[in-house]
Design a protein around this ligand. Structure first.
Ligand code: FAD
Length: 320
C-alpha cells in the first residue's frame, strides 16, 4: 500500500475547482488568487520522522475549515525532511482542494540537484514555489553555496523563472535581514528579487505592525509593486518566541515583552495571550488593507483557529 493511500484514509479529501464555462481548472498561480481576494494562508513544516506526516495533514484538514487560499510547506535544512517537504506538498496537491506552495532553498544542493527537485514538483503539477537562500548551517554565520550552487535567492529565482513556469514568491524582512549591512541594502536586494520575477513577497515574522507599514512604504518608494504579505506567528510559548525573535532579529515590543515574562511558566496562558495579541495584530493589518495574511502555523491548529474565529474575516469563517 502506498503512503498516499494510507494518508488518504486518515483525512477527508475533496478538491476545489474553479468553473470557467464548462472547463474545470484544478489550481491556480497564487498571484492570480491575490488579484481576486485578500487571502489567508497557512505555513506548515515537515516533521523529522515520516510517522509525523499524518499529524501535519490532520492539522491541515482542521484548518481547511477556514478556507485558506493557499498553504505552504517549508524546506528543511537537509536529509529526510526535504523528502517529507515534497511528500506533504504532493499529498496536498493530489488529494485536497487547497493550493500549495513549496518552499525551496539553495542550501546544500547544486543547480542540477535543485533542477531534480523542481522537475519533480513540476511533474506533480505543483504550480507555486517560494525561492529562498536558506540559513547557514548551525554553528556557522556565513552562507557558503555548494560547488555549482546558488549564492542568493535572487540567483535561484532567476534560474526558476528562466527555466520553469512556476509562480514564484520570495522572502522579505521588515526589520532587515540579520546579515544585512543596513535596511537600504536589504531593500535593494528585495527589489532585485522582484526584478528577477518574484510575483509576491512574504515577510519574516514581526510583532510590531509599524515595521511592516514602514517597510511597505519604503518598498513602494523603491518601485516594488508586488503584494507584500505579512507573516504572523502567534505566540505559543514565551521561550519559543524569544528564541525565534533572536534568530530572526525581530524586535519584541515592550507590552508583549512584559506579557512573555508574565506567562513564562505557563504555556497555556501564553498561548491564550498569543491568540489575543495576534487577533489584535491581524485586525489592524487587515483593516489597513494588507493583500493577505500568512500564518506561521507551526503545525498546530488551535491558535490560528481561535484567531480566525475572533476575526470573522469574510470568506474565512469556520465551515461546519
Ligand atoms: P537572500 O535573499 O539571499 O538574502 C540573504 C542576505 O543576502 C540578506 O542579508 C540580503 O540582504 C543579502 N542579499 C540578497 N541578495 C543578494 C545579492 N544578490 N547580492 C548580495 N547580497 C544579497 N529557510 C529554510 O531553510 N526553509 C524554508 O522553507 C524557509 N522559508 C522561509 C519563508 C519565509 C517567508 C521567510 C521570511 C524565511 C524563510 N526561511 C526559510 C528563512 C530564510 O532561508 C533565511 O532568512 C535566510 O537567511 C535568507 O533567505 P533569503 O531567501 O531571504 O536570502
Amino acid at each position: 500500500m502506498s503512503r498516499a493511500t494510507i494518508f488518504a484514509g486518515t483525512i477527508t479529501f475533496y478538491r476545489r475547482a474553479e468553473s470557467v464555462g464548462s472547463c474545470w481548472i484544478p489550481s491556480l498561480k497564487i498571484k492570480d488568487i491575490l488579484t481576486k481576494t485578500r487571502p489567508v494562508s497557512f505555513e506548515f513544516f515537515p516533521p523529522r520522522q515520516a510517522e509525523g506526516i499524518p499529524a501535519v495533514l490532520e492539522t491541515l484538514d482542521e484548518l481547511k475549515q477556514y478556507l485558506p487560499d493557499f498553504v505552504s510547506v517549508t524546506y528543511g535544512a537537509g536529509g529526510s525532511t526535504r523528502a517529507f517537504t515534497e511528500e506533504i506538498t504532493f499529498e496536498i496537491k493530489r488529494n485536497t482542494d487547497v493550493e500549495v506552495m513549496a518552499h525551496l532553498t539553495c542550501v546544500g544542493q547544486n543547480k542540477e540537484e535543485l533542477d531534480e527537485v523542481l522537475s519533480r514538483l513540476q511533474e506533480e503539477g505543483v504550480e507555486n514555489i517560494i525561492a529562498l537562500r536558506g540559513d547557514p548551517p548551525k554553528g556557522t554565520t556565513e552562507f557558503v553555496p555548494v560547488e555549482g550552487g546558488f549564492q542568493h535567492a535572487t540567483d535561484l529565482l532567476h534560474h526558476v523563472v528562466s527555466n520553469y513556469k512556476f509562480g514564484v514568491a520570495a522572502a522579505c524582512y521588515p526589520e532587515g535581514h540579520t546579515e544585512s549591512v543596513d535596511l537600504d541594502a536589504d531593500l535593494k536586494y528585495v527589489k532585485m528579487k522582484v526584478d528577477n520575477g518574484a510575483d509576491f513577497l512574504v515577510t519574516q515574522l514581526f510583532y510590531d505592525n509599524r515595521f511592516y507599514f514602514d517597510f511597505v512604504e519604503r518598498a513602494r518608494a523603491e518601485g516594488i509593486e508586488v503584494p507584500i504579505i505579512p507573516g504572523v506567528l502567534p505566540v505559543l510559548n514565551s521561550a519559543q518566541v524569544r528564541r525565534f525573535t533572536t534568530l530572526s532579529g525581530s524586535k519584541i515590543p515592550l507590552d508583549l515583552d512584559k506579557l512573555l515574562d508574565k506567562y513564562a511558566d505557563s504555556d497555556h496562558s501564553a498561548r491564550d495571550m498569543g491568540v489575543e495579541y495576534a487577533t489584535a495584530q491581524v485586525r489592524e493589518l487587515w483593516d489597513s488593507g494588507v493583500p493577505g495574511v500568512h500564518f506561521y502555523v507551526l503545525n498546530r491548529s488551535y491558535s490560528v483557529s481561535r484567531i480566525l474565529d475572533n476575526l470573522q474575516i469574510a470568506g474565512h469563517q469556520r465551515q461546519d
